[in-house]
Design a protein around this ligand. Structure first.
Ligand code: FAD
Length: 414
């Protein structure tokens, strides 16, 4: 039972999508006393079999949701974030994330299997008497009449509520009605994912780091998972936008991958040669928008602000969204329209900065060649840990609102 299970407020909130964002939002709202129904299109709630990085801001949000301890127990705590030049095989930037980092940001940097963050969220939702979790409910449309929202699913079922949150990802149906900006922007970035047992990872490269090998039009990321018994491997390249079709986890073409990475040095190549199978995703984002709410309907996570993965922050932002949304709903005390405007006011600039910043990271840090790559090496190399932390403070230090309340808390405690 959640600490807030005794609390009860009027209003049923429907959430479309039971990914990390949707479940986090359900938990945040239930903890405030609201009844929530989560509609998930899949036959089961779950996540894909791959890893994810969690910045300190994610742990702050997970603690606020009451699942920080459970997620911490499954996480792998790495020693550093390492940016390598995949051609010269030399380090460009090394950011230690040990004690000094934790002291600076109040939380660790960690990596985790996606299931191991989704499951604690799901279990906490299952324990809450305020949350109904429904599967095989593909949301196709919604309608607002007066103060009521009706959500229609593909099998013809109608769900009635007082508010609706679209947490239905990159190709959100709810966004289609609220924003109406068509499909995601497919800029030609394609990623291949694999998870290797540690024995299959080259022995000299079993580093306890998040390592990113940056090269012209390509980059490779790897880090350990699950007690360091597995390695998560993500290889991304810039393909031709016009040739890109949609793709989501279908078997990858090894020959295509090796061709794209043909210029990289021996170490990254040895890693790429190891997986016998890969899965392939076509990546997309969207232009940030200045409004993602319509009356008692709003968006959250990738539905609101899908981004390229180059800051490793999409899920972290969804968790921050969930905390902020629940706070604003509580303050507005049942006035969902007001709450959702206050929520998006807080989130649009911060998440927009990550969307825009991720594009820049892709072109200027991960994929440049020639002089642009030399500029990157010169600008990012040779800094002290504190200098790197200063550069990342806006992101890992969390939303400004939290910092203000921390400062007020510290002042009143003094
Ligand atoms: C290669 C890669 C690496 C990444 N690495 C990181 C990382 O290291 N750190 C990080 O923080 N983020 C990372 N991300 C981003 C992160 O995966 C996403 O931002 C995050 O999963 C978004 O969560 P979400 O709940 O908003 O959406 P989703 O995870 O897409 O969940 C949406 C849910 O809604 C359901 N759904 C969809 N449509 C409907 C419908 N019509 N009706 C009902 N249900 C529906 C889906 O089945 C799904 O369960 C990465 C992304 C990629 C592609």
């Amino acid at each position: 039972m959640s600490v807030q299970d005794g609390l009860s407020r009027d209003g049923r909130i429907i959430i479309a999508g039971g990914g990390i964002g949707g479940l986090a939002a359900a938990l945040g709202l239930a903890n405030k006393g609201y009844s929530v129904t989560v509609l998930e299109q899949a036959a089961q709630f779950g996540e894909i079999g791959a890893g994810i990085q969690l910045g300190p801001n994610a742990f702050h949000a997970l603690d606020r949701l009451g699942v920080g301890k459970a997620v911490r127990a499954e996480a792998v705590y790495i020693d550093q974030l390492t940016l390598m030049d995949s051609i010269s095989e030399l380090p460009i930037a090394v950011i230690p994330v040990g004690e000094q980092f934790r002291e600076r940001f109040g939380n660790p940097y960690a990596v985790i299997h996606r299931t191991d963050i989704h499951r604690p969220l799901l279990e906490a939702c299952e324990r809450s008497s305020k949350i109904s979790l429904l599967t095989r409910q593909k949301v196709v449309a919604f309608e607002v009449k007066g103060a009521r929202v009706t959500v229609l699913t593909a099998d013809g079922t109608r769900h009635e509520g007082d508010a609706l949150i679209g947490a239905d990802g990159l190709r959100s149906r709810i966004r289609e009605q609220v924003v109406g900006d068509g499909g995601p922007l497919l800029s030609g970035h394609i990623c291949y994912r694999a998870v290797l047992p540690i024995q299959e990872m080259p022995e000299d490269l079993r580093w306890n780091t998040v390592t990113l090998w940056a090269g012209p039009g390509t980059h490779l990321v790897h880090y350990p998972l699950r007690d360091r018994q597995l390695f998560n491997i993500v290889a991304t390249f810039q393909g031709e936008p016009s040739r890109v079709a949609t793709g989501h986890g279908e078997p990858g073409d090894r020959a295509e991958l090796m061709f794209r990475f043909r210029k990289v040095g021996g170490k990254p190549k040895r890693i790429l040669e190891r997986p016998s199978t890969w899965k392939r995703w076509v990546l997309g984002d969207r232009e940030p928008v200045t409004n993602w709410s319509a009356g008692p309907v709003t968006l959250l996570g990738d539905a609101a602000h899908p981004m390229h993965q180059y800051f490793a922050q999409g899920a972290c932002m969804a968790l921050e969204d969930a905390v902020c949304l629940a706070d604003k709903v509580e303050v507005a005390d049942g006035d969902f329209t007001k709450a959702f405007l206050a929520y998006q006011d807080r989130r649009i600039v911060r998440t927009g900065r990550v969307v825009v910043g991720a594009r820049l990271m892709g072109s200027k840090v991960y994929h440049p060649s020639g002089v642009e790559a030399m500029v990157r090496n010169s600008v990012l190399g040779g800094k002290t840990p504190e200098e790197y932390y200063d550069m990342l403070d806006w992101l890992y230090g969390g939303p400004e609102e939290d910092r203000q309340s921390d400062r007020i808390g510290a002042r009143s405690a003094a």
